[in-house]
Every structure is written in structure tokens, then in C-alpha cells.
Design a binder for this molecule. Structure first.
Ligand code: S3P
Length: 443
């Protein structure tokens, strides 16, 4: 293991003011990193991964896979990761509990991957946050395919135990547009008897579909509203060379900081621009942020570009609703910071999924930004934020959530007066170099 677990206690002083300038390369996309590790593990032959995110969440996925006999080279920043794939049915029964740490993607995708390993038993757990996140949304559809999954509260909460079964294909409608749920079902479908079709209510991120096809799965995508993804089992997966683009969800902090912090000009290089992830750019258009996408290219099946953003003066308030939510689900915390500095009232609706992320992100952002003097109303499915008032520096807390930590860091730069951010090290879950990058860009 190469990244240290965040201790989640570290309070950090953040001075307000000062422009940000220069270039920054955000770390590899978290969703793509998990998938590259999981698909590489069950492929035949070697897989190499360049640009894998060297952060706590993908490290949790790698250590679970290692516990099931998969050889994965150490995960270190800047180094290519190599996996010796064990094939579709090669995962061994682990002699320890699989610890998914803070990572919902690890637990949900593993549920799908392991449900069909007949004759083997697995137990999954995670940290306190993950043990309180709903798993039935994955367990129920897998049970329709014949899976045997048990856990607290009727299988909804980890620790969760899986007794591997021979699964049968099914037509499964997912209750929420969740890429984690969809991907779990697709993984289970690879070794089920007969075809499986997943029907999702709206497009969630499609990294699994793209990458499974590249690894050789027989997968078809059709339909627009009520999108269908069908898998025909029986194809072997073959190891691939994967290149992971930078994570737009990590770039989001710099996009908003560059737009709002006076005298800023930032270029964020090598950002993944998969259209199922670029909702934040659509909102930046609504806000009239000054930015350009440069050097658009395709890297290993994913669109990529550099984004240059400059301080954009007064920004317009925006509305986010259910339709766009899957394309910017992880960016709502930083967008709620942005809304505090927009002219007028911004409304976020259709965002109740935020309540079951690493923390209840609607409640946490409302609480922390209110402590800084923001005027925010919290609703069951969103927030109304009255912008145009200044925030004051104060004592704030990530409440252990990585995206909250980084969002509040940007809020603290924009506030009047300095802040102290407790549990700032949570950022290491998805962006271990965040604090170093911030220091460098402020010089
Ligand atoms: C992810 C999907 C999203 C996202 C999470 C990563 C993935 O979750 O919030 O950070 O890698 O599939 P949901 O699918 O539950 O919305």
C-alpha cells in the first residue's frame, strides 16, 4: 500500500484572498481508476494502467482484489500500475474481510462482481460512513438474478456477506440513475446464464460500458430515455493498456476557484470530458464563466481536453434540477459554494441522492456555509442559496467528506478573513495532492 490513510483530524489554516495562477494536472479519474483495476483483475493476461488515481479509494479496490489473489503492482503517483488478470472466474475466496474503506464504488461494484462466484464466500465492510450507505439498491437487482446477499437492515448496510451463486440473466430497471448500481449489474451479467439488460431512468456515467467493450465484453447500448445496456455472457475479457484521464470532479475545484478568486487564471490540463460527466461546464455557461476548452482529443476511448479559466467578475445565479444531476452529482458541493458568490438566488433541486453520499452533502454544505455567513435554505431534495453576500472566515469542518473539504477550501479563499478547516485530510480520498497544488497555484 502506498498512500497513507487520511487521519481525518488535521485542522488547517486557510488564508483568504490572493489570486491563483498557473497550470495544474488533476489526478486520474476516480471512476475510471476503479474500473480499470476491477476489469484488469478479471481479464486474461496483463493490464497496464497509466494515470491511475493514487488515492485512498482506488487503493481500497486494489487491496480487496489482492486479498482475492490478484497480483497488482504498487500504486504510486506517476507510475504505471500492472495487473496480472486471473480471468472471469479466477478470484479466490479471501481469508479476510474485504475492507472497502470510504469507497462506495468499491463496495457496490464488488457486490456485483462477487455475487456470481459460485462456491465462494465474501464479507465486505468499510469505514463508519460506508457502513451507513445504502447497499440494497445493488443487492435487490442482484437478488433478482439469484444472488445471495445478507447484511444489517435486511441487507442494506455493511458488513455484508455474499454467498456466491450461479446467477441467471434478467431485465433489470434501476430505481436511481446510478452508475454504481448499473456497473454492479453489468459485472454480474458477465458470468450469468443468459443475457442481462439494465434499463436506467437517465444516463449515468458510462465509463463501464466504454471500458468493458474495450476489454472484449459483448455489450450493446440502446434507447435514449430509459437507456438499455445489454450484456451477452460468454466472452472472455482480455487485458488492455488503459490510460486514465484527469478527473473532472477534481478539476471542478479549480474551475470554480479560477472563475471566482480575483486575479486568477488557471489552466487545468488533461481533464476527462466524457459527456456523461460535463454537467459542470453547462452550469458554468449559465453562470457566464470565462473559460475555454483547448486541445480536445481522444485518449483510450475517453474524450479529454485542457480547460483555461479566468476570473469572470460577477457571475449569474443558476438552477440545477434532476435532469442534469447525474452529469454533475459530485460537483454539487463546490457549485453550492459558487452559488454564494453569484448574483441572485440559485436553486438546486432533484438532488436527494446527495444525502446518501460519503456524508449527507446537502446538510453538511448548508451547515458549513451557514457558519461562514451564507444564506441557504435546505430542502429535502436540494438547496436554495441567496448569493451576492460575502462569506466570513471562521472555523469550518469537512465532517470527514473529501469533496466537502476541498469545496470549503475554495470557500475559505473567497471569504473575508482566515478560516480553520478541521479534518482537511479527507481530501486524500480522491485528491492526495490537493493541498500542495493549492499552495503552488497561490504563489
Ligand atoms: C460513481 C458514481 C456516482 C458518483 C461516485 C462515483 C462511479 O455515484 O457519485 O462518486 O464511479 O460509478 P452513483 O452512481 O451512486 O450516483
Amino acid at each position: 500500500m502506498s498512500a497513507k490513510k487520511s487521519d481525518n483530524t488535521k485542522a488547517r489554516e486557510i488564508c483568504s484572498g490572493g489570486g491563483l495562477s498557473g497550470k495544474v494536472r488533476v489526478p486520474g479519474d476516480k471512476s475510471i481508476s476503479h474500473r480499470a483495476l476491477l476489469f484488469g483483475a478479471i481479464a486474461e493476461g496483463p493490464t497496464s494502467i497509466k494515470g491511475l488515481l493514487p488515492a485512498e479509494d482506488p487503493i481500497s479496490t486494489a487491496s480487496c482484489l489482492r486479498a482475492m489473489g490478484v497480483n497488482i503492482s504498487p500504486i504510486r503517483a506517476g507510475e504505471t500500475v500492472r495487473i496480472e488478470g486471473v480471468g472471469l472466474d479466477g478470484l479466490k475466496e479471501p481469508d479476510e474481510i474485504l475492507d472497502c474503506g470510504n469507497s462506495g464504488t468499491t463496495m457496490r461494484l464488488l457486490l456485483g462482481l462477487l455475487a456470481g462466484r459460485k462456491g465462494r464466500h465474501f464479507v465486505l465492510t468499510g469505514d463508519e460512513s460506508l457502513r451507513n450507505r445504502p447497499m440494497q439498491r445493488v443487492g435487490h437487482p442482484l437478488q433478482l438474478m439469484g444472488a445471495e446477499i445478507q447484511g444489517r437492515s435486511n441487507g442494506n448496510y455493511a458488513p455484508i456477506s455474499i454467498t456466491g451463486q450461479k446467477l441467471h440473466g434478467a431485465v433489470v430497471g434501476t430505481p436511481v440513475a446510478s452508475a454504481q448500481v448499473k456497473s454492479a449489474i453489468l459485472l454480474a451479467a458477465l458470468t450469468a446464464e443468459g443475457p442481462t439488460t439494465v434499463i436506467e431512468p437517465a444516463h449515468s456515467r458510462d465509463h463501464s460500458e466504454r471500458m468493458l467493450k474495450a476489454f472484449g465484453a459483448n455489450l450493446q447500448v440502446g434507447g435514449e430515455i430509459g437507456r438499455h445496456i445489454s450484456v451477452q455472457p460468454g466472452e472472455r475479457l482480455l487485458g488492455q493498456d488503459v490510460i486514465v484521464p484527469g478527473d473532472i470532479s477534481s478539476a471542478a475545484f479549480w474551475l470554480i476557484a479560477g472563475a471566482l478568486v480575483p486575479n486568477s487564471e488557471l489552466t487545468i490540463e488533461n481533464v476527462g470530458l466524457n459527456p456523461t460527466r460535463t454537467g459542470i461546464l453547462e452550469i458554468m455557461n449559465q453562470m457566464e464563466v470565462n473559460y475555454q476548452v483547448l486541445n480536445r482529443r481522444d485518449v483510450a476511448g475517453e474524450p479529454v481536453g485542457d480547460i483555461r479559466v479566468t476570473n469572470s467578475g460577477r457571475l449569474k445565479a443558476f438552477n440545477l434540477s434532476e435532469e442534469i444531476m447525474p452529469r454533475l452529482i459530485d460537483e454539487v458541493p463546490i457549485l453550492s459554494v459558487a452559488a454564494c458568490f453569484c448574483d441572485g438566488e440559485s436553486k438546486i433541486t432533484g438532488a436527494s441522492e446527495l444525502r446518501v453520499k460519503e456524508t449527507d452533502r446537502l446538510a453538511v454544505m448548508a451547515r458549513q456555509l451557514s457558519a461562514m455567513g451564507a444564506e441557504i435554505q435546505e430542502h429535502p431534495d436540494g438547496l436554495t442559496i441567496f448569493g451576492g453576500r460575502s462569506l466570513k472566515g471562521t472555523a469550518i469542518d469537512s465532517e470527514t467528506d473529501h469533496r466537502v473539504a476541498m469545496s470549503l477550501a475554495i470557500a475559505a479563499l473567497l471569504a473575508k478573513g482566515d478560516s480553520t478547516l478541521s479534518r482537511s485530510d479527507a481530501a486524500a480520498v480522491s485528491y492526495p495532492e490537493f493541498w500542495n497544488d493549492l499552495g503552488r497555484l497561490r504563489k
